[in-house]
Design a protein around this ligand. Structure first.
Ligand code: EPZ
Length: 434
């Protein structure tokens, strides 16, 4: 099995360039199914979830190819099916975007229920209710979502119970070619929601208000091809900012949109870390041994502190002076990684959505296992700070969302490598992206 091995203690120094947004890419790529024509998508992060999606889309008849390392060409003119039911579909959460895209273009969709990170029940009832409001009949049988709009998709007004990122994006996709106008109230406002709206508008859609809690989608008859560049990944950026704060040193995190990182920058400054913002880069520095203040964090929908940064900031707070409280405002079980951090000496107590953290001097290296994407990268941060060696297994989960993480950390001076302690099997092993 492939593992990361880290010798802790090296301060992080230098510059790291942030890749394109994983959560933007896994929505924009399926959205290309709505387009009768060629989409050229730039700044695509080369991560497992993206590679999986390109495979699924090719199986559906889309012509998908990379023009260079990060530019994807998708031609969905000849899509030959409204079904995506292969076992690949169940391997990631973002598969659900295939429902909205197929429903939007063809008025029907048959898609396997999504998988994704395991931190509690992750239903798609908001998505289904949105599709039904748009005139589709939706049923789930044998793990397959069947959605059909017998009389076509009809624009309507709706309000989400919760500003769900996925439901907002999925309903937007289903509505872009509708007869009439759709209004989504209590919509999510995350940067990647705006990015998908901008992508669709670049292809001829008429979406207004993305980034606010009311999004208006005026149905158009067809979308044309075009070119679009994905925004930088604000969670990847935040992860390197927190790593610099935890390990100590000075790191320039480049190719960012500082506005997307405001809640993370503010929290790091509250903790006592130096954060300097420029046009498209942020520099985070902390003198080795500098005291970190204990603070409280609650994860909220954007522009609140992002849940996808919760394991990372909790890891940093393990090294703060005093007691901190982290409250998970989005998911019911997003503290599974705490047991792994405890193996490295963390003093953390979890009660439901609340984690109370008592500061320690340092982590000690240990053999630990990633339980999901962000939890896994939190273990990497702990290993970079720890006394001694840390070995992390299940790293394929980390590679779902962090492009070139080993090379990027080595470029900052980290002592990190990859081992594979099992003989390679002969056939190509399909990487599960859990
Ligand atoms: C997206 O998931 C991201 N995934 C998640 O990132 C991220 O944590 C989440 O948004 C919140 O920012 C992708 O974009 C692929 P939600 P999504 O719908 O769309 C409940 C990562 O690490 N809910 O905003 O599934 C849900 O259970 C991943 O990159 C319903 O109850 O998030 C959760 O408690 C992890 N019914 C809350 O709402 C629904 O129909 C927020 O979910 C949908 C969601």
């Amino acid at each position: 099995m492939k593992k990361y091995v880290i010798r802790g203690g090296n301060p992080l120094e230098g510059e790291v360039r942030v890749s394109g947004g994983k959560n933007a890419a896994v929505a924009i790529i399926p959205a290309a199914l709505l387009v009768k024509g060629v989409c050229i998508i730039e700044n695509v992060p080369i991560v497992n979830d993206v590679m999986l999606l390109t495979k699924i889309m090719s199986e559906m008849g889309a012509k998908v190819s990379f023009l260079d390392k990060t530019t994807l060409r998708v031609d969905s003119t000849e899509i030959n099916t409204c079904a995506a039911v292969s076992e690949l579909v169940r391997k990631m959460r973002a598969s659900y975007y295939l429902i909205g895209a197929l429903l939007g273009r063809f008025g029907k969709a048959q898609v396997g229920l999504p998988g994704g990170c395991d931190f509690g029940v992750r239903p798609i009832d908001y998505h289904i209710r949105g599709f039904e409001s748009l005139g589709a009949t939706v049923s789930i049988e044998h793990g397959i979502v069947n959605a059909v709009a017998e009389n076509g998709i009809k624009g309507t007004s709706m309000s989400l119970d919760f500003p769900s990122v996925g439901a907002t994006i999925n309903i937007m996709m289903a509505a872009v070619l509708a007869q009439g106008t759709t209004v989504i109230e209590n919509a999510g406002k995350e940067p990647h929601i705006v990015d998908i709206a901008n992508f669709l508008n670049a292809m001829g859609a008429e979406i207004r208000g993305a980034g606010t809690d009311t999004i208006k989608i005026k149905g158009v008859s067809e979308l044309h091809g075009g070119r679009y560049e994905i925004i930088p990944d604000q969670i990847e950026a935040g992860t390197y900012m927190v790593a610099a704060a935890a390990v100590g040193g000075k790191v320039k995190v480049s190719n960012v949109i500082p506005k997307h990182l405001e809640s993370i920058s503010a929290k790091l400054e509250e903790i006592g870390v130096t954060v300097k913002e420029d046009d498209d880069f942020i520099t985070v520095s902390r003198e080795p041994g500098q005291i970190l203040n204990n603070v409280n964090v609650k994860t909220l929908p954007y522009p609140g502190f992002p849940t996808d940064m919760q394991p990372q900031i909790a890891t940093l707070l393990c090294l703060a002076n005093g007691t901190s409280v982290v409250t998970e405002g989005i998911y019911e079980h997003r503290f599974k990684y705490v047991d792994e951090l405890r193996r490295m000496g963390a003093k953390m107590n979890v009660d439901g959505r609340v984690c109370v953290i008592s500061g320690i001097d340092h982590f000690t290296g240990a053999a630990v296992s990633a339980c999901d994407l962000r939890a896994g990268v939190a273990l990497v941060i702990a290993g970079l700070c720890a006394d001694g060696m840390t070995e992390i297994s299940n790293v394929h989960l980390i590679e779902r969302g962090y492009e070139d993480i080993i090379e990027k950390l080595k470029g900052l001076g980290a002592s990190i490598g990859v081992i594979d302690d099992e003989p390679q099997t002969t056939e190509t092993v399909s990487v599960s992206v859990g």
